[in-house]
Ligand binder design. Structure first.
Ligand SMILES: [Mg+2]
Length: 330
């Protein structure tokens, strides 16, 4: 069979009926012209984010294509969640080593399953031959002035985390032979790494409730530091309160404690939300957790003095803190 051309590829795997479904989804013109024409909801602001996944850097080259399709969109959905934005339209650019229909089919399946679950339409894209590299741009909407920012945290605010942190990094530590997980633990950790669940519903509910928010993509220590810097405040976290899986908890009690601690505090790839609220809102957050069926844990307090302190169970600060993952440091 002759190799598929770029146009055939797009047509076969990425053009969907709903992408040209007209104004109902805010699409005046979808894939097929030089640019898509979109009609944002009057009174809303557009939230735009882009994220690139590079083979060998962000994922293993032999990763299941369906998982990669899921993750390429999930990391952007997570940014929308952190802004309290409703995700609407995606653009996908990719460099592919070859046009393998089986691979593309799997990738498209993972991508579109998550897109559909979040009401996102793919409205444009570009492909080229090259080392595997995927870049998704996501556009979302938020009522004017209601976006969640990093800059609104105030001294005395409660600090919250959704879900559990560290499992994605734990999978990589296990893979690298730095610690040993059981088969079940490893499977759960790989799932956390490959199939993160972006907290879009939570982000929408946090509008008007959270004073600041960020998604934990590069590790709690580094991401929370962005909030502290933008808000010109500090924070005190309780290590024992930071949500983690039983697998990670077991590693914390083992000889691999330092590695487990780094996974928990600085591992990254978590895609949970870290947000702050006025302490008077604590009961509302608890009610929200019940409503969404999501674990939301209060992990600390915003302080007036700059700096991030993580206290162990005896109240002593951890020093030094594990450092966030830096893509350019390696
Ligand atoms: Mg982010």
């Amino acid at each position: 069979m002759a190799a598929l051309t770029e146009f055939e590829l797009i047509d076969r795997f990425f053009r969907r009926q709903e992408n040209s479904a007209g104004n109902a989804r805010g699409i005046v013109l979808g894939i097929g012209d030089d640019a898509a024409l979109l009609a944002p909801t009057p009174g809303s602001q557009l939230a735009a984010s882009v994220d690139m996944l590079v083979s060998g850097r962000h994922f293993f080259a032999d990763v299941e294509p369906e998982a990669l399709g899921h993750k390429a969109l999930a990391v952007n959905l997570s940014d929308m969640a952190a802004m309290g934005a409703t995700p609407r339209w995606a653009l996908l650019a990719g460099a592919l080593p070859d046009a393998d229909p089986q691979w593309l089919k799997g990738f498209a399946r993972g991508f579109f399953a998550l897109a559909k679950a979040h009401g996102v339409d793919l409205v444009g894209g570009d492909t080229t031959r090259g080392p595997l590299n995927l870049c998704v741009t996501l556009l979302g909407e938020v009522p004017a002035g209601e976006a969640l920012l990093r800059s609104g945290a105030l001294a005395g605010d409660s600090i919250w985390l959704s879900g559990a942190l560290g499992d994605a990094a734990l999978a990589l530590a296990h893979h690298a032979g730095q610690l040993v997980l059981t088969a079940d633990e490893a499977a759960a950790c790989w799932n956390a790494l490959l199939r993160p669940a972006p907290r879009v519903a939570l982000g929408l509910k946090l509008r008007g409730l959270a004073s600041a928010a960020i998604d934990v993509s590069d590790g709690l220590v580094g991401d929370l530091a962005h909030v502290l810097e933008a808000s010109k405040v500090g924070a005190v976290l309780e290590l024992a309160a930071i949500p983690r899986s039983e697998a990670l908890d077991r590693q914390l009690a083992s000889s691999a404690r330092d590695i487990a601690l780094r996974c928990l505090l600085a591992g990254g790839d978590d895609y949970e939300l870290c947000f702050t609220t006025a302490p008077s809102h604590d009961p509302r957050v608890a009610a929200l957790a019940a409503e969404l069926g999501l674990e939301l844990r209060r992990v600390g307090t915003i302080a007036a003095e700059p700096g991030l302190i993580v206290q162990d169970s005896s109240g002593r600060p951890l020093a030094p803190l594990p450092q966030a993952y830096d893509h350019f440091a390696a």
